[in-house]
Design a protein. Structure first.
Length: 91
């Protein structure tokens, strides 16, 4: 399966990095690195994430990477990373 990042997901990564960098630049880099690496496993097992029924009929799922939630959708042979945020954020 192909993996694509939406512009909103990329903006989320930048926002998280910008938020963490002033406090701890090394931690900010590690977080972004782990978040960008996490979806690689979805290529092998794309339906491992919890399905979010409120988005039916779209197949939107979520996985947790540490304290971060990543939402994605599967369309044909492509996985689209939709959004990412810290679980303590008010979403």
């Amino acid at each position: 399966m192909e993996l694509k990042w939406t512009s909103k997901a990329l903006s989320d990564l930048a926002r998280l990095y910008d938020f963490l960098t002033p406090v701890n630049p090394a931690a900010a880099a590690r977080v972004v690195q782990s978040l960008t690496a996490a979806p690689a496993g979805l290529r092998i097992n794309p339906r491992i994430g919890e399905r979010l029924e409120e988005f039916d009929p779209r197949e939107v799922r979520r996985i947790l990477i540490g304290n971060y939630e990543m939402r994605y959708t599967i369309q044909e042979d492509t996985i689209y990373i939709l959004r990412i945020w810290h679980t303590r954020e008010d979403r």
